[in-house]
Design a protein around this ligand. Structure first.
Ligand code: 13P
Length: 251
C-alpha cells in the first residue's frame, strides 16, 4: 500500500514574509492529517524560515534543486549537507524547468539523484514530455529514456528513497491538465519499467506523483487512478486554501 504524497513546488515565488505565512497557514489547516505525506519546496533562501514555521508539524521540507558535489568551488550551487542542515528531507531533481530552461541533461540529473540519495535526501525525480513529443507519439520513449538514464546505477536499496514525478511539460502552468487516463497511461508505463529494472515488489512500493495544473477541482479524479500516488503541485500550492483542500481531498 503506497501512502499518498502531495508536494508543493513554490518555484521562484514568495518573499520572506509570504513564505512564512503560507507555511504557517498550512500547519494550521493540516493539523492532524497523517494519512498523506505532505511537503513544501520553497526557494533556497526561505528554507530556514519555512523550516522554523513547520517545526511542530508533519509537513516536510524540500528543496527545488541540489548539486551533486559535496563542497568546493561551485559558485551558486547548494549541496546535500547544506540542505540537510536547514532541515530538508526531499529535493526536487530534474524538474522540466531545469531541463528545458537551464539546460540540465539526463546525465547531470542522474548525478544529482545519486548524490542526493547518498547524501541522505529523498529525491523527487521529475520526468515528462514536451507537447511536440506527445504530438509526435513519442511520449513513452521520451519518458522511458528519462527514467532509465536518470536512475542509471541506482541499486535496489537506494531506489527506495526515490519518488518519481511525471509532469507533462505541456500541462505545467498552462491550465491544461493531462486527463486522468493520460496520466494513468504514463504512470503505468513507468511502473512497468520500474518492474523491469527493480522487480515487482520494489516497483509496487515506489510512489509516482503527477504534476501539471493539478488543483482542488481535479485532485480526486487524478488521485483516483491506480498508479497515481500523489501530486507535485505548482501554482495551486501557493494558496493555503487550495493546497490544503487538495491534501484534505486525498486524506
Ligand atoms: P503547475 O501546477 O503550476 O502547473 O506546476 C506544476 C509543476 O511544475 C510542479 O512541479
Amino acid at each position: 500500500m503506497r501512502k499518498p504524497f502531495i508536494a508543493g513546488n513554490w518555484k521562484m515565488n514568495m518573499n520572506a514574509a509570504s513564505a512564512v505565512s503560507l507555511a504557517s497557514g498550512l500547519v494550521k489547516e493540516l493539523e492532524g492529517v497523517d494519512s498523506v505525506d505532505v511537503a513544501v519546496c520553497p526557494p533556497f533562501v526561505y528554507l530556514q524560515a519555512v523550516a522554523a514555521a513547520l517545526s511542530a508539524s508533519n509537513i516536510a521540507l524540500g528543496s527545488q534543486n541540489v548539486y551533486f558535489e559535496e563542497n568546493g568551488a561551485f559558485t551558486g550551487e547548494i549541496s546535500c549537507d547544506m540542505l540537510k542542515d536547514v532541515c530538508c528531507t526531499y529535493a526536487i531533481i530534474g524538474h522540466s524547468e531545469r531541463r528545458h530552461v537551464m539546460g540540465e541533461t539526463d546525465e547531470l540529473i542522474n548525478k544529482k539523484v545519486s548524490a542526493a540519495i547518498n547524501g541522505g535526501l529523498l529525491p523527487i525525480f521529475c520526468v515528462g514530455e514536451l507537447l511536440a513529443e506527445r504530438n509526435a507519439g513519442t511520449t513513452n520513449d521520451v519518458v522511458a529514456r528519462q527514467v532509465k538514464k536518470g536512475l542509471e546505477g541506482i541499486c535496489d536499496e537506494r531506489i527506495q528513497a526515490v519518488t518519481i514525478a511525471y509532469e507533462p511539460v505541456w500541462a505545467i502552468g498552462t491550465g491544461l491538465t493531462a486527463t486522468p487516463e493520460q496520466a494513468q497511461e504514463v504512470h503505468a508505463m513507468i511502473r512497468g519499467l520500474l518492474t523491469e529494472l527493480y522487480g515487482k515488489d520494489i516497483a509496487q512500493s515506489l510512489r509516482i506523483q503527477y504534476g501539471g495544473s493539478a488543483k482542488p477541482g481535479n485532485t480526486a479524479e487524478l488521485m483516483g487512478q491506480p498508479d497515481v500516488d500523489g501530486l507535485l503541485v505548482g501554482g495551486a500550492s501557493l494558496k493555503v486554501e487550495d493546497f490544503a483542500a487538495m491534501v484534505k481531498t486525498v486524506a
